[in-house]
Design a protein around this ligand. Structure first.
Ligand SMILES: Cc1cc2nc3c(=O)[nH]c(=O)nc-3n(C[C@H](O)[C@H](O)[C@H](O)COP(=O)(O)O)c2cc1C
Length: 202
């Protein structure tokens, strides 16, 4: 079977709304093994992965919302509204079959952390595309919570040893949103052909 990579890249959407059924473990592992062919320096394959599913989704979501509160995201809400927001978040976390946390082990050299972080991002993009090709949707999420030391400890990791990269929601889409157009890349490119002098953009 020939897969049109351009088509998968073009048609993938970030999915917010999922069907309740889980992705079978065998298929999930097939996709996640495929994603591991992402480029990674020194073949470190630095991705460390935790999959929260079933009852763990609520507990994980609760710690995320605790972090949102610490970070002041919900500070305009009254106690009543905050309680309602907690319930709404809980419904959301339970509506997604799998929440996949990606993190790396910190190295002594911060630059190597950047490389490892970048490799995990390449892994995540592969995962999103391979999943989409199987009719499975996902959503890449990242917020300041990933740098919240209390949150990192709350989920049993160590802010001294670990750096969180993203949480990816995954499952079969219930609703697929419309595509979002991209800016033509010509608007982002500066051509440099001699003496480091940037030429006019197209
Ligand atoms: C690093 C990163 C963080 C993101 N964080 C969020 C997020 O917190 N919430 C969200 O709804 N989408 C998040 N997204 C998804 C983007 O919003 C989405 O990719 C963008 O709107 C384009 O839509 P598309 O993926 O359907 O083409 C994130 C994407 C990346 C790469």
């Amino acid at each position: 079977m020939i897969i049109d990579v351009r088509k998968v890249i073009r048609e993938r959407r970030t999915i917010l709304d999922y069907k309740p059924e889980k992705v079978g473990q065998e298929l999930l592992l097939e996709i996640m093994n495929g994603a591991a062919y992402a480029p990674n320096h020194y073949m470190k394959q630095p991705w460390k992965i935790r999959i929260y599913e079933d009852d763990a989704r609520s507990s994980f979501g609760e710690k995320i919302v605790d972090s949102y509160i610490r970070l002041g995201y919900l500070k305009t809400l009254s106690a009543d509204k905050l309680q309602q927001a907690r319930l709404a978040y809980d419904r959301f976390f339970k509506s997604v079959p799998h929440h996949i946390l990606f993190y790396i082990e910190k190295e002594d050299n911060g630059y190597l952390d950047d490389e490892n972080f970048a490799a995990v991002c390449a892994y995540i993009q592969n995962l999103q595309l391979l999943a989409w090709e199987k009719g499975i949707g996902s959503m890449w999420t990242a917020k300041e919570t990933l740098r919240d030391k209390i949150f990192i400890r709350d989920i049993g990791l160590s802010p001294e040893k670990h750096k969180l990269v993203a949480v990816v929601q995954i499952g079969y889409p219930n609703k697929v949103p419309k595509g979002k157009e991209r800016t033509p890349i010509e608007h982002k490119i500066e051509w440099v052909k001699s003496d480091l002098k940037v030429e006019e953009r197209v």
